[in-house]
Design a protein around this ligand. Structure first.
Ligand code: ADP
Ligand code: ZN
Ligand code: ZN
Length: 665
């Protein structure tokens, strides 16, 4: 009798053994196939991970494998190494990691659909590549010389990073290999997809992201696994795509926090991509105008972990970098959130039939409503947060749990008829601009107005056709889109992030402002960027105005080094949530007191504390930070700790998770 060892999607750190029924014969070539097995009273799809000769399970208790699904090629060995690394590094159960990376259609019990053909757009002529700039040539020469290394491609917006990706993909395809291109946002896939497809019409490009329908996602995933698709373009989950002939990985906008999965297995797709490339001995290129400080340190710390490539100028003939300027709002006083200088600049754009973008990273009309008579404020009763006023939908809404209620007419506690609104969101700025420029066509683009892919694409098309004069948008609009008529960007309230408690806030602010500035003047029209600030001398703005990311990064890294923050230390966060704060804190205290925590002098444990958003959706949240100067020491500790954590007795409604390299605090 043969034994089949199977990985299943269950929160247990082990595999499960089954017996192979009479008449069925497994060989090592079947490892990596999906199998259908009984589990408890139900059935599950699992992955065959081994054919051991012995098992601890008594023979009589071994249940049979129901079927072996061989209609797909087995998952390749490199895929096993990647998922194993992910499970080890993030201390997640391996079976869960493995199964969660498959498209739902391939891990559910529904019968597999007939295999549709991979889409090919064969009659489109391939578009010729432009002549490379000197900087691009130099970068490509270095890329060819080093080969299987990790590269950090630092290039200002519009410097032609994407063109470099295309050349690398061309080389990769010519060598008979597959290429994987990762982007942070679903919204960025259609335009990049189009650009890659016109260059390589016959490469069977497929995209993989969470908004694809299940059938399409399974089909595209299969095409990658069978080798039919030579280029895969996707968001973070695509890092797990099995690609038997993978020859190149590109991570565009590598600094973007969206590469970090925020629930379930909390992995960084960028970091996994670096492992994957190293493991497969292939090159990886991490591209950004504002690299993450972790990557920047890896490229500049003299260890040669990453190899740095720089593009300092825009690629397009005659295109200049936008001119950035601070508007000192201590002197140019804001009226309804807008300075005189910015209003004037908008007016000039209207006269020249050019577009302006007003950037504000806060949606809604106003972040809070309040009663000045009694002190009532619009609070979410389920979260430790304010309800945001959404005038467009006539409601107050919680941005953390989604709770909604109607706007109270008189104050709910004292009956005062005049409730006040405080602060400004995109809807309010839209209203202010509409009043000020009645002749202008104003388009607001944020998660409320362009949340679905359809709405987003419609908005982009409107802007591209020149049917909007003033755009009001959040960071959604800041990323990667070319709007040729856009020549003015106004960042109206960037200061808050300068002094935020989160020490990563300046890094994110710099990246966002650089990115939104990159929207201005891409083609032959020079762009202007106005930053409304009370702190025009702040070093962050000073570096930004000079387009000097390296200077900004150097100061930030120095600060982090002296404060002992990443990348100079390595961190993990244990979080717990429960109906009562005491329960969450008690669990963390028990975690901190367990013997594993005590005997490692190189691992520092902080005190359990409530999280900044201490209550969300009626659950109290607390966290415990652990860190170590050595990644290896931290990892060894976490491996022992996590198995101990699973034995701590906790109230049944308590949930906890461990996050390695947390980005949010
Ligand atoms: P990035 O990815 O760095 O933002 P892109 O690759 O999108 O930059 O290039 C910006 C613009 O410059 C695009 O319109 C692109 O077609 C153009 N471009 C890129 N490389 C060249 C080149 N060598 N010659 C002319 N135009 C180029
Ligand atoms: Zn009141
Ligand atoms: Zn809420």
């Amino acid at each position: 009798m043969q034994i089949a060892r199977v990985a299943l999607d269950v929160p247990l750190r082990r595999f499960f053994d089954y017996q192979v029924p009479e008449g069925e014969q497994l060989s090592v070539a079947d490892i990596g196939c999906r199998v259908r097995v009984p589990f408890g009273l139900r059935q599950k799809i699992g992955i065959l991970v081994g054919i051991p000769t012995a098992t601890d399970v008594p023979r009589a208790q071994l249940k049979p494998v129901y079927s072996i699904l061989r209609e797909l090629p087995p998952l390749p060995a490199a895929w096993f190494r990647l998922t194993e690394f992910c499970a080890d590094y993030y201390h997640a159960p391996l079976g869960q990691v493995m199964l969660s990376t498959l498209p739902a259609g391939l891990r559910s019990l529904a019968p597999p659909k007939a295999r549709p053909r991979c889409q090919r757009i064969g009659d489109l002529p391939a578009q010729p590549a432009p002549v490379l700039t000197c900087e691009q040539k130099a970068a490509l020469t270095l890329l060819a010389a080093g080969d299987a290394r990790a590269y950090l491609l630092h290039g200002v917006t519009g410097s032609g990073k994407t063109e470099i990706y295309l050349r690398l993909i061309e080389r990769c395809l010519a060598a008979g290999r597959q290429a994987l291109l990762l982007v942070p946002e679903i919204n960025l896939t259609p335009q990049l997809e189009a650009r890659v497809t016109v260059r390589f019409p016959n490469a069977g490009l497929v995209s993989l992201h969470s908004e694809l329908g299940e059938t399409a996602r399974s089909r595209n995933w299969r095409a990658a696994l069978t080798g039919e698709a030579r280029i895969v373009l996707g968001t973070r989950l695509a890092v797990f795509t099995p690609l038997p002939e993978l020859g190149l990985i590109i991570v565009d906008e590598e600094h973007d926090p969206s590469f970090k999965q925020q629930d379930g297995v909390r992995y960084s797709a960028r970091d996994l991509a670096v492992f994957r490339a190293h493991d497969s001995a292939i090159p990886i290129v991490l591209g950004s105008a504002t690299p993450s400080l972790e990557s920047w340190a890896n490229a500049n710390d003299g260890t040669g972990r990453y190899h740095l490539l720089s593009l300092r100028e825009r690629a397009f003939e005659g295109a200049r970098l936008p001119l950035l300027r601070c508007i000192d709002t201590r002197f140019d006083k804001l009226k309804d959130g807008l300075s005189g200088a910015l209003l004037l600049a908008i007016e000039q754009r209207l006269e020249r039939a050019e577009q302006s973008l007003i950037f504000l990273n806060r949606r809604g009309y106003a972040p809070v409503m309040a009663c000045t008579a009694c002190g009532w404020t619009s609070r979410c009763h389920r979260c430790a947060a304010n309800l945001v006023l959404h005038l467009a939908d006539h409601c107050l809404r919680c941005h953390h749990c989604g709770f909604e209620e109607r706007i109270p007419k008189p104050c709910p506690t004292c009956g005062n008829q005049d409730l006040n609104t405080f602060g400004r969101g995109t809807q309010r700025i839209e209203a202010v601009l509409a009043e000020r420029f009645p002749q202008a066509r104003i388009l607001r683009v944020d998660r409320d107005s362009a949340g679905s892919r359809k709405q987003w694409e419609a908005s982009v098309a409107t802007i591209q056709r020149g049917e909007a004069d003033i755009l009001v948008g959040t960071q959604m609009l800041a990323k990667g889109h070319d709007f040729p008529k856009l020549t003015l960007v106004g960042a109206i309230a960037p200061d808050a992030a300068l002094f935020a408690a989160d020490w990563r806030a300046p890094e994110r602010l710099f990246a966002q402002l650089m990115q939104v500035a990159g929207r201005a003047g891409r083609a032959d029209r020079p762009g202007e960027v106005l930053l409304q600030t009370q702190f025009p001398e702040h070093p962050l703005y000073a570096a930004l105005v000079r387009h000097d990311y390296p200077a900004f990064a150097a100061t930030q890294l120095k600060e982090r080094q002296s404060a002992g923050f990443p990348p100079y230390t390595h961190q993990a966060m244990l979080r717990a949530e429960a109906p009562r704060m005491a329960e969450a804190l008690n669990f963390l205290a028990a975690a901190r007191a367990c013997p594993e925590s005590e005997n490692d002098p190189l691992v520092i444990h902080y005190d359990p504390v409530p999280m900044r958003l201490a209550r969300r959706a009626s659950l109290e949240r607390a966290q415990l930070l652990v860190e170590s100067p050595s990644r290896r020491v931290l990892q060894r500790f976490l491996a022992r700790w996590v198995t101990r954590l699973e034995t701590i007795r906790a109230p049944s409604r308590l949930r906890w998770h461990l996050e390695v390299d947390p980005l949010e605090f």
